[in-house]
Design a protein around this ligand. Structure first.
Ligand SMILES: C[S@@+](CC[C@H](N)C(=O)[O-])C[C@H]1O[C@@H](n2cnc3c(N)ncnc32)[C@H](O)[C@@H]1O
Length: 247
């Protein structure tokens, strides 16, 4: 893990053209085989070629399987602090793509009234266990970001961390996040270029802050680059933090 972090940071210091060449060679020659060897049969190496044709049930199954093999969320304390700083006074929050509940539980501990939604019943089962263990109340709901099971303006804030890059339909998902929020939408995504073969089920790629801002199309918003190379959880690298204002 420390080696991986050092390697990622070193790579990020190389000129972009050199990184692109290294990545191109890796993609063509090694990446697919590395993933097959590393993950075995549960991981869908061809996800990016197939995701558009998957049904909702197949989508849920894939993420349930992933959550049987994954140990942690991507979001962690440094992100939670930034997100808390971006939210306003205490109120209700919908955490979309809640995973095993790290951010939802953290926000609930701060006094927010939190609902977590995710496609994976396996993730929500683990999230619920963690919340009970930590004596925190969070409402958990199964659902897709593209069709949130809530009325318009149901929540003061909507957060969505390391999930927007996973959705099948970006336009529907961003419209839904805005529809159910009254005050702000706060989104965290990796800052990355498209790769056909990688250790994740990403479908959307945000290389520059304006791509994330444009996806929401709100007149008042900020999008900043943040450094997550020293994270201990699942994600290390650069990320984008987007805050969109609805009022
Ligand atoms: C990388 S995890 C992020 C979990 C957590 N928010 C974090 O920061 O680590 C992506 C999550 O999105 C969920 N997911 C995938 N597709 C989704 C969709 N279309 N709508 C809602 N959640 C989705 C997955 O089950 C998974 O829990």
């Amino acid at each position: 893990m420390p080696f991986r972090r050092t390697y990622l940071r070193f790579k990020s210091l190389l000129p972009e053209s050199v990184r692109d060449v290294l990545s191109g060679i890796n993609q063509r020659l090694f990446a697919r085989g590395t993933l097959l060897r590393k993950y075995g049969s549960w991981f869908d190496v061809e996800w990016r070629k197939r995701y558009q044709s998957l049904s909702e049930d197949e989508w849920k199954q894939a993420y349930n399987e992933a959550w049987k093999h994954r140990t942690n969320d991507c979001v962690e304390e440094t992100d939670a602090k930034l997100i808390l700083g971006a939210l306003g006074p205490k109120g209700s929050v919908l955490e979309v793509g809640a995973g095993i509940g790290t951010l939802a539980i953290r926000l609930a501990k701060e006094g927010f009234d939190v609902t977590g939604v995710d496609v994976s019943s396996e993730a929500l089962r683990r999230a619920q266990e963690r919340a009970e263990h930590e004596n925190v109340t969070v409402q958990w709901r199964e659902g897709f970001a593209e069709a949130l099971p809530f009325a318009d303006k149901s929540f003061d804030y909507v957060t969505c961390c390391h999930t927007l890059e996973h959705v099948k339909d970006l336009a529907r998902a961003t419209a839904e996040l805005k529809r159910v929020a009254r005050r702000k939408v706060v989104v965290l995504t990796p800052k990355q270029k498209y790769r056909l073969y990688a250790e994740n089920y990403h479908t959307q790629f945000f290389e520059h802050p304006h791509q994330l801002s444009n996806a929401f199309g709100l007149t008042s918003s900020e999008c900043t680059e943040i450094d997550c190379f020293d994270h201990k959880n699942e994600f290390q690298g650069k990320a984008l933090l987007y805050v969109g204002h609805l009022e």
